[in-house]
Structure formats: structure tokens, C-alpha cells
Write a protein that binds this ligand. Structure first.
Ligand code: AMP
Ligand code: MG
Length: 480
């Protein structure tokens, strides 16, 4: 395992040297062998516990905390940065891809402000399970290599075991990283960051081209649109879409207060601090657009001298988001009901379906599975379908028949509608069991199901039981 230090080598303006804190008794709680293999990481249990708690440093590690700012709930905060995370360095995979390794919960850094730099075992395991589930669902995401408990208790609402998560990302460049330098008038540094983003995430952009930064904005917007469309497909609610949690790579990051939508309702919010519903399920596309506007603003100084001309060039890119998103969303929804292309008919059917689901409080995931099954009833038995869907189902099936799409519809629906999502009440049960006993198999058992979301496994049904209160009192918490 050999780490490179491209980001560290950029200098003190970008990151501060900081060592992970030593922990008393590191024990591996979760280990992602498949990801370790992809990364070419070979470590026995003891080595993993040492390296991925921060107790031992991988040869040549130069841990740093990255500087960044961010708009949090719409308010600009110039002073954020990694307050409890250490970037160890970059690995090159056998395929030549660069992956950054970061420890989270590994102690205080120069950016910690009043925080303790720690992470509890529940949010650590939550990040592992949620990000693995998202990866398996096909949603772009950062991943987790390991969760290691520290053998030390930390203070939250109650005392809880501490843990360190190892996060793997294509890069940790955030919109907030650009905002940090824009707020300080450091335009050369913005160019450095933008050039890294182009080289690492958008190599199709010609870096000799005068318009490369404009192209970067356009590419980042397209990746955000894809990301949010994918969240909407599987019912994911991020919960804290601040600009410091928006990656240039277009991957999902920061699984603090996220949750899955059970009953379909665009107004669904679970985060305890999102009082206005800013980050509600149905608002996510428009918040991402808002975040893209903040990204474009931070790049203005490096686009044709940053004046009116730059604004005139950037504005149409931000405005194009809406139409592009609507198209991506309509196509995604069309596929969820078995049409490979969007059409007025498909669009109308989708709208009607969502309205029934909303009015009748139907489960988002279960409904699409039921509809798919209704196309292939077994032995003449009538499918389990909510009565409110009967009329719609007939109309939908007639449209598919008319277009001779029945057969392909089943395949398309199976590919686009998960059978298993990490249900909120079940993940909470797993976290409670793991907090009480970090060797409890609950997390591994749930992972076996959510890592195979399109396949009916032995335990799929067990993990798809919906909450008896339909998540009515469910609440999630940030950065705990
Ligand atoms: P997050 O809510 O995880 O996106 O974090 C927002 C900011 O708070 C980032 O600058 C984090 O590094 C910082 N932060 C969150 N939790 C802690 C903690 N326990 N100790 C220090 N900094 C923290
Ligand atoms: Mg964050």
C-alpha cells in the first residue's frame, strides 16, 4: 500500500498538517474486503485495526485536515474545514484510478473549533451501511473501507463508544473548497483546484482550452443532475445538502442525517435541525441547483476577469439546470414504470401514479415492486396491489400492451426499482445492537441484503418490513 500526497503538496493554504489521535483499544467492527481488494490493500485484522484507527500510519502518510467553507442552510460560513477528519493520501488502483483515503472521527485538527474531533459508533456504522447500500443501488457515492471502534467512550446525548470510519473518495473537493478561496480573494488557488477537478474528474475537458472553467461548471452541473435523479429514483433524502457536502466528483458524501423515504411524500424531512424543510425529499433538485449557483459564483473570478462578462457566460448554465433536470427526472420515472423512453403518455402515467401514492400514503419502494409483479402474476393468482392502484394499473398495462412493451417493462422495472432499501427503523435496530455490542452480527446481516438490492435474497423480506408508524416519529441527527 503506497500513498501519494498530491493534495498535501499544494501547501498550507489548502490543508493543515494534523496527526490522528492515538486510541486505546482499536477493534475492527466492519471491514470492506471487496473494496480493499479493489484498492490493493492487504491488511490482517491487527494491521487494519491499527492503520484505520489512526494508531499506526501507513508508510509515507502525511495526514492533513482540508480547508473549506460552505453555505449551511443557506448561510455562508467561511470557517469550516475537516474538524474531525484526516486525509491520509491518495492511492492508485490497478486500473489507474486515484482514490483518496480519509479517516473520520480520528481526533481534533486545526479546524475543530469547539468539536471533540470524534465520531460515535452509531453514525460510523450508519455511514458504512448507507454508503454500501447506495453503491449497490447504483447511486454515485463515496464508500467506507472500515469502521474501527476505539475502545474509548465519547460524550454525546449519552455516553457512547467512539469509532473511526475510513472513507474512500475520488476526491474530497467540495463546492465549499472553492468558496473558501473565493471568500479570501485567492484566485490563483481557485485555478489550482479547478485544474485538479478537471484532471481528476473531467479529463474529457481540454485543459488548454480557454473555456475550460466554464466547461467545468457545465460538467459539474450534469453530474449533480445525475446524482439527484438517482437519489429521487431510490427515495434517498440526504438531509444536509450544504455546499460543503457537495462534491465536485458528483458523488454522495456525508451520511450524517440521511434517511430513506418510506411512504411517498415530497415533503418528507427527517433531520432534527431542518425545521423549514429546506432539504425535504422533493426540494433536493432545486437545492442542488442553488448549490451549483454558489459553485459558479466561486469560479467567476477565473472566468474572463470575473466581471459582467463572466456572469453573462455562467448564468445560462445555471438556468439550463431546470430543463435538463426535468428531462433526466422524466426519463428516470418512465423507466421505473417500464418505458425505456420518455413520452407524454409515460409522463402523464407517472404523474398520476405519484399523486395516488401521495394521497393514499403508499410506500415508494413497495409500490413499484408490486407494480412490476402485477405484470407477471403467478399461476393465475391475482397480484397484491393496493386497491387504489387498480384503475391506474389497467390503464398502464393497456399502454404497455399497445406499445408491445410488456416483456421489456418487467426487465427495465427490475433494473430500476430496488427490492431492498436500508429501511430507517431497521437500520436503527442494527445501530442499537452494534452500540451495545460491537461484535453483534446485525450490521453484517443487514449488509448482505442491502448490498444486493435488486436480488431477492433469503432475508430480503425480513429487511423490507415497513415501519408500523410509517416513520412518523423518525428523526436523524447531524455530525454526531
Ligand atoms: P458536517 O455536519 O459533518 O458536514 O460537519 C460540518 C462541520 O463541522 C465540518 O467542518 C466538520 O469537520 C465539523 N464537525 C462536525 N462534527 C465535529 C466534531 N465532533 N468535532 C469537530 N468538528 C466537527
Ligand atoms: Mg460534512
Amino acid at each position: 500500500m503506497k500513498l501519494q500526497h498530491h493534495y498535501q503538496s499544494l501547501g498550507e493554504a489548502f490543508s493543515q498538517s494534523s496527526l490522528p489521535e492515538h486510541v486505546r483499544n482499536p477493534t475492527v467492527v466492519l471491514w470492506n474486503q471487496q473494496l480493499a481488494d479493489t484498492l490493493g490493500i492487504k491488511a490482517n485484522n491487527h494491521e487494519a485495526s491499527q492503520f484505520f484507527s489512526g494508531n499506526a500510519l501507513i508508510t509515507g502518510s502525511k495526514p492533513v485536515a482540508m480547508a473549506y467553507s460552505g453555505h449551511q442552510f443557506g448561510q455562508f460560513n467561511p470557517h469550516l474545514g475537516d474538524g474531525r477528519a484526516h486525509l491520509l493520501g491518495e492511492l492508485r488502483t490497478a486500473e489507474g484510478l486515484i482514490k483518496e483515503l480519509q479517516l473520520k472521527g480520528s481526533g481534533r485538527t486545526p479546524f475543530s473549533r469547539n468539536g471533540d474531533g470524534k465520531c460515535g459508533i452509531k453514525p460510523a456504522v450508519r455511514e458504512y451501511i448507507m454508503s454500501e447500500a447506495m453503491h449497490a443501488l447504483g447511486v454515485p457515492t463515496t464508500r467506507c473501507l472500515a469502521v474501527v471502534s476505539t475502545g474509548e467512550d465519547i460524550q454525546r446525548q449519552t455516553t457512547t463508544p467512539g469509532a473511526v470510519v475510513t472513507r474512500v473518495a475520488d476526491s474530497h473537493l467540495r463546492v465549499g473548497t472553492f468558496e473558501y478561496f473565493a471568500a479570501r480573494g485567492m484566485h490563483d488557488e481557485i485555478k489550482v483546484l479547478a485544474d485538479i477537478a478537471v484532471a481528476r474528474h473531467y479529463p474529457e475537458i481540454n485543459d488548454k482550452d480557454d473555456t475550460k472553467y466554464l466547461q467545468l461548471i457545465s460538467h459539474v452541473i450534469d453530474k449533480q443532475i445525475h446524482l439527484i435523479t438517482e437519489w429521487m429514483r431510490v427515495g434517498f433524502i440526504h438531509g444536509v445538502m450544504n455546499t460543503d457536502n457537495t462534491l465536485l466528483s458528483g458523488d454522495t458524501i456525508d451520511y450524517g442525517p440521511c434517511a430513506m423515504m418510506g411512504v411517498y411524500d415530497p415533503n418528507t424531512v427527517f433531520s432534527s435541525i431542518d425545521h423549514q424543510g429546506r432539504y425535504a425529499f422533493g426540494n433536493q433538485p432545486w437545492i442542488a441547483q442553488w448549490n451549483m449557483a454558489r459553485f459558479a459564483e466561486s469560479l467567476l473570478p477565473v472566468i474572463v476577469d470575473g466581471g459582467e462578462d463572466a456572469i453573462a457566460l455562467v448564468t445560462p448554465l445555471i438556468e439550463s439546470y431546470q430543463d435538463k433536470y426535468q428531462q433526466a427526472f422524466s426519463l428516470m420515472m418512465a423507466k421505473k414504470i417500464g418505458f425505456s423512453e420518455n413520452s407524454q403518455e409515460a409522463s402523464q402515467l407517472c404523474n398520476e401514479l405519484l399523486e395516488i401514492m401521495f394521497k393514499k400514503h403508499l410506500d415508494y419502494t413497495e409500490t413499484f415492486t408490486q407494480l412490476k409483479n402485477s405484470l407477471q402474476p403467478k399461476d393465475g393468482t391475482s397480484p397484491v396491489l393496493h386497491p387504489s392502484l387498480m384503475e391506474w394499473q389497467i390503464k398502464w398495462q393497456e399502454t404497455l400492451n399497445k406499445k408491445q412493451l410488456n416483456h421489456q417493462a418487467v426487465t427495465l422495472m427490475a433494473e430500476n426499482n430496488p427490492l431492498a432499501i436500508p429501511r430507517n427503523h431497521l437500520i436503527e435496530q442494527v445501530l442499537t445492537a452494534t452500540e451495545a455490542n460491537s461484535a453483534h452480527p446485525a450490521a453484517s446481516e443487514m449488509l448482505k441484503v442491502v448490498q444486493n438490492p435488486y436480488t431477492l435474497t433469503e432475508n430480503t423480506h425480513k429487511y423490507q418490513v415497513t415501519d408500523k408508524d410509517a416513520d412518523l416519529n423518525y428523526q436523524t441527527y447531524c455530525g454526531t
